[in-house]
Write a protein that binds this ligand. Structure first.
Ligand code: PGA
Length: 254
């Protein structure tokens, strides 16, 4: 894994945008994430697009997850979030923006269709990821199968509490979701996980320096051949080997 420790959340976003820009400009298939963390990266990508530095023409996007039962028009549906925070502001064909269907009558069939759509697109070239305070990626909560595919999951109460800030109250947060699995995520060509803030420091220490374990689903990055973790100093604050990760970055071969 490449561990990049940045001075500030803004610097995390700039570094993430630098990586994503290369993919976007070649019309790649991008795995996109919701939550607060990637928003600054999306702002930076939109800024670069508006400045004419970057095009999403020919790109495809696949979101990680979606709430079950939330109408897509709801402002907190991930359909709305991805469209409002990113895709509506750039030159991607709306037909090429894919979100798991949390309203399918047959959720299992909808999840299988989503897996197939990713395969039909030739796979995801780069998957952007946040991390939950409990180590989840996508909505793969602790105890998720490390080889799971897109399926319905039940949120952990901590995730419901964490996401209550987006809703009027915790009771309004849907408990069920559909999410790409840990096996789905591992098939992406590159994984790019971002984290900022002290509240992510424990999860980042488990991801980077803990065991490979379903107790920390993000630890699957340890067995991915091309995983990049970009964190700010606060999210890096519980890592034992910070100096070494910085040393590696300072001595990166040209
Ligand atoms: P956050 O969520 O970016 O809002 O902290 C990340 C996640 O739960 O995966």
């Amino acid at each position: 894994m490449e561990i990049i420790i940045s001075d500030s959340p803004n610097d995390v976003a700039v570094k993430a945008a630098d990586i994503l820009q290369g993919y976007a400009n070649r019309g790649a298939t991008l795995g996109v994430a919701t939550g607060s963390t990637p928003l600054a990266t999306y702002e930076e990508l939109i800024r670069r697009h508006t400045a004419g530095e970057l095009s999403f023409a020919g790109c495809k996007m696949f979101a990680l997850d979606e709430y079950v039962g939330l109408p897509i028009e709801h402002e907190q549906s991930y359909y709305s979030v991805i469209h409002n925070e990113l895709s509506n502001h750039v030159d991607i064909d709306p037909q090429d923006v894919h979100i798991p269907n949390g309203l399918a009558e047959d959720l299992a069939a909808g999840c299988a269709d989503y897996e197939q759509a990713i395969v039909d697109a030739g796979g995801i070239d780069v998957q952007l990821l946040g991390i939950g305070a409990n180590g989840h990626v996508g909505f793969n909560e602790p105890s998720s199968s490390l080889s799971s595919l897109t399926r319905m999951k039940t949120l952990h109460p901590q995730t419901v509490a964490d996401n209550a800030r987006f809703f009027d109250s915790a009771e309004n947060v849907p408990v069920h979701v559909v999410t790409q699995g840990l096996g789905t995520i591992q098939r992406a060509g590159q994984l790019l996980l971002l984290a900022t803030g002290e509240q992510k420091a424990h999860a980042i220490s488990q991801l980077v320096e803990g065991p490979l374990s379903a107790a920390c689903p993000a630890s699957i990055l340890q067995i991915h051949p091309h995983a990049t973790v970009i964190v700010d100093e606060a999210a890096a604050s519980k890592l034992n080997n910070v100096d070494y990760y910085k040393f590696i970055q300072q001595h990166k071969p040209a």
